[in-house]
Design a protein around this ligand. Sequence first.
Ligand code: FES
Length: 106
Amino acid sequence: MVKITYVTHEGTEKEVDVAVGLSIMEGAIHNGVDGIEAVCNGNCYCGTCRIYVAQGWLDKLTPAAEEELAMIEAAGEEDPNARLACQIPVTEALDGIRVTTPEFQK
Ligand code: FES
């Protein structure tokens, strides 16, 4: 299990244990984390699983594929730490990662 801390835009934190192999989105859904809707259930076409990855963790993530980058760009997102949580597999290297959810995702 890997510890992931999900932080709302208001600063409320929830640390949960997530199994390796799930996505960061699935870790949120399985643990009742607010702020990640995942309307398309991880198929990379809704963009409602957007997160901002804490500084220092980006290089530990699986790089974003063209499909993910296109979704983020189409949403007008400019934060370089923005990713889609459904496209990030949880690995042991992510133990302790912190991600923040945007205000528009409740
Ligand atoms: Fe829809 Fe991630 S769950 S894009």
